[in-house]
Ligand binder design. Structure first.
Ligand code: PLP
Length: 444
């Protein structure tokens, strides 16, 4: 193939190469081939992204729910440069270690709920969940209960795309992408009764763990009933089943507390994190385990701990995470998430009064959703969902957000950076108002 200059910034050349050489993650391949890349971003500052045409967009989903501290943070560039220059890479396998990984592990123990003290590092959320699944099974094996291996998740859940993570994902379209999945994964409805019935049918002696996002993100920002997790945790304790909280989205301030589980008054046995741990400036994730599990792993260890990624605790990623957490704390971004989340929800309620096609609106911290309905009273949906059309109209007006249409949904979802202010929330709501208005006009 003939590639003349890979440093080109000519948009047409880039678009051509994108189609020819770049297989995009979670995408419509046909659309990419027909239309090429819709936007090619070049820079970002705060809640804004800028593209090759110089046009600015509000990043209403913090890119992939991850850019918590906003774009263009020079501090993180500086920390990366210093760490790479000092120690670009060294291993953490066996008894080797390095300063950034140790410092970050200690910092994580400080900010996580009491009792969650030890972290295993990964490069992202999918690896974190696959690690959690292997860990809980390893744990039960050490405890002399190797038959406890089933992993139970919820139907609208999303846990990533590695083999275990895909197998645990309740949203069927992600599983249908491939053929064979990993064995021993099961899905239940989101009620304590459904979980109890599952345990009764399968036997607690076959179940290793229950996994759940505190608030389901990809599935459409679904909040659980207030006591759901307390009841689930109690059921887990009664039946000797471990509870894994998938905090990949909800961790690091997204919901208005440092971690999502704090909203529901529970402490999980294991917690998967990624995304907001570095605000996306470097690839990092982790599984944080309870003191009890760690102690058992130490006491019952039957040889080597045969699980580790080359990049478990990458020095630069750890240094970036430390600085990112420092910024979250110094700028009080967890509290800002709570306050601006309330502001965003008020905005959604105002839109609901303006537009009869808006049904339920909901949110917690800076995670929010708007349901689009044909009939508010019956919750009937449009045969042809409107969310994609509204998303397209928002984009024209400089706002990026996502529409969810899996399994009959017609939902708009939002998760702007935790740095957002009142003025910017208003701007977002005004653009949405116009975008929904434009789609309604088309309908009429
Ligand atoms: N878990 C949850 C709740 C997520 O939302 C995601 C990604 O969106 C993942 C896991 C997978 O993380 P990653 O894409 O970093 O592998």
């Amino acid at each position: 193939s003939q590639v003349l200059s890979t440093s080109t910034t000519d948009r047409e050349v880039l678009a051509e190469w994108d189609k020819k050489h770049f297989l995009h993650p979670t995408s419509s391949i046909k659309q990419q081939q027909e239309e090429g890349p819709a936007l090619i971003f070049t820079e970002g500052k705060g809640i804004y992204l800028k593209d090759t045409e110089g046009k600015e967009y509000i990043d209403g989903l913090s890119s992939l729910w991850n850019v918590n501290i906003g774009h263009g943070r020079e501090e993180l560039g500086k920390v990366s440069m210093e760490q790479m220059a000092k120690l670009g890479f060294s291993s953490t396998f066996a008894t080797f270690s390095h300063e950034p990984a140790i410092q970050l592990a200690a910092k994580i123990a400080e900010i996580t709920p009491e009792g969650l003290d030890t972290v295993f590092f990964t490069s992202g959320g999918s690896e974190s969940n696959d690690t959690a699944f292997k860990l809980v099974r390893h744990y039960w094996k050490l405890k002399g209960l190797p038959d406890k291996k089933k992993i139970v998740s919820r139907r609208k859940s999303y846990h990533g795309v590695a083999m275990g993570a895909t197998s645990a994902t309740g949203l069927k379209p992600f599983r249908d992408f491939t053929t064979s999945l990993a064995p021993d994964f099961y899905y239940v409805d989101s009620t304590p009764e459904a979980f109890k019935a599952f345990i009764e049918a399968e036997g607690a002696e076959t179940i290793a763990a229950f996994i759940s996002e505190p608030i389901q993100g990809t599935g459409g920002v679904h909040l659980p009933p207030q006591d759901y997790f307390k009841e689930i945790k109690a059921i887990c304790e009664e039946h000797n089943i471990l509870f894994i909280a998938d905090e990949v989205i909800t961790g690091f301030g997204r919901t208005g507390t440092f971690f999502g589980v704090e909203q529901f008054g529970i402490v999980p046995d294991l917690m998967s994190v990624a995304k907001g741990i570095t605000s996306g400036y470097a690839a990092l994730g982790g599984v944080i385990i309870s003191r009890e599990i760690h102690n058992d792993l130490i006491e019952l260890s039957d040889g080597l701990f045969m699980h580790g990624y080359t990049y478990s605790g990458h020095p630069t990623a750890c240094a970036v995470a430390l600085k990112n957490i420092e910024i979250i704390e110094e700028e009080d971004l967890v509290n800002n998430s709570k306050l601006m989340g309330e502001e965003m929800l008020q905005g959604f309620k105002w839109l609901q009064q303006e537009h009869e096609i808006i049904g339920e609106v909901r949110g917690l911290g800076l995670m929010g959703a708007i349901e689009i309905v044909k009939d508010r009273k019956t919750n009937e949906r449009f045969a042809d969902p409107l969310a994609p059309k509204i998303v397209a109209e928002s984009l024209k007006r400089g706002l990026i957000h996502r529409g969810v249409i899996y399994e009959g949904a017609d939902t708009l979802i939002f998760a702007p950076p935790l740095t957002i202010d009142k003025y910017e929330i208003n701007k977002m709501i005004n653009i949405l108002n116009e975008a929904i208005g434009a789609v309604k006009k088309e309908l009429a």
